[in-house]
Write a protein that binds this ligand. Structure first.
Ligand code: SF4
Ligand code: SF4
Length: 288
């Protein structure tokens, strides 16, 4: 195991120095959670939930909200490391530790609950071998005293538990972002300290999707990048396509992995645009 680096920052063991026992999907756990269990809502009363970009997309659409407004009302940012990329966590109720979506009846956004809520009490661990540049999934079990689901008489494999919790789709849609986070951490000094601008770009492209769409629609974007009209129309309407495109842009801007063609005349176009803006301003000033 010495050649395996374990990245546990996305797991429920972030603050624990102990590396948990790892399982594969065939591992059988004993667990059941249901409304009426004596500890009902205990897990949602003291939250520490990191959101993936797909979690945010599902929740903001469910709440019929713009991504910026969702981030303001329901999340709090954190840094994955010093001067590193940011993540976002669910913001608890004011002055408390409970989730804002918790009600007496349970989770008010259940069908769109985040990945971490679906996984609990299983933890997803991202592993990366020193000689590989892709991550492998591995799992662990979180056993907290308050959670009585472990005492229930139901056995289920982690594979079936993931299916039951709708995690295949969530993991599929969250894979690109997890890869970016791992890549960022493992790249370390190789890419130097990211500039404030690129960190801000990472935040917008990952978490503030509606603002990222405005960026893709902007003249500045069109002056710089050459994206076919058909693809642009898809990006304007399809959130999932936009999320994938955002991941490509981050790879291009932060890691130099070019996949979005740049215009050969980008500099001239931007200079022309600036000149037009200055001309217009001068004309308007002249009218005063
Ligand atoms: S989103 Fe739902 S399941 Fe997750 S912590 Fe909040 S209330 Fe609980
Ligand atoms: S059994 Fe565990 S997961 Fe279910 S409500 Fe109780 S504390 Fe939460």
């Amino acid at each position: 195991m010495t050649d395996v680096k374990i990245d546990i920052s996305e797991s429920p063991f972030e603050s624990s120095p102990v590396v948990p026992e790892q399982f594969d999907e065939d591992h059988v756990i004993k667990f059941r959670c249901y409304k009426g269990i004596e500890c009902f809502n205990a897990c949602c009363s003291n939250i520490d939930i990191t959101l993936t970009p797909y979690d945010i997309l599902r929740l903001k659409n469910r709440l019929d909200m713009d991504s910026s407004e969702f981030l303001r009302r329901y999340t709090v940012p954190f840094e994955f490391g010093k001067n590193s990329i940011a993540g976002v966590k669910l913001l608890p109720v004011e002055g408390g530790t409970a989730c804002q979506f918790m009600t007496e009846e349970g989770c008010s956004v259940y069908d769109d609950r985040p990945t971490a809520c679906r996984y609990y009490p299983v933890g997803l661990l991202s592993l990366r071998r020193a000689d590989e540049n892709f991550d492998r999934a591995s799992y662990a079990l979180v056993q907290e005293d308050h959670c009585k689901g472990h005492l229930e008489d139901r056995e289920i494999t982690i594979r079936d538990y993931r299916k039951e919790q709708g995690l295949e789709e969530y993991d599929e849609q969250g894979r690109g972002w997890r890869r970016l986070v791992l890549k960022m951490k493992s790249a370390g000094p190789a890419i130097g300290t990211p500039s404030k601008k690129s960190l801000q770009f990472f935040f917008m492209a990952c978490y503030d999707l509606d603002r990222f769409r405005e960026f893709v629609k902007s003249e500045g974007f069109h002056d710089t990048f050459e994206v076919p009209e058909e693809e642009l129309q898809t990006l304007y309407q399809d959130d999932l396509a936009l999320l994938k495109f955002a991941e490509r842009m981050i790879l291009q801007i932060m890691f130099g992995e070019e996949s979005i063609p740049r215009r050969a005349d980008a500099l001239e176009r931007r200079a022309r645009r600036r000149q037009e803006a200055e001309q217009l301003k001068a004309e308007l000033d002249g009218d005063d």
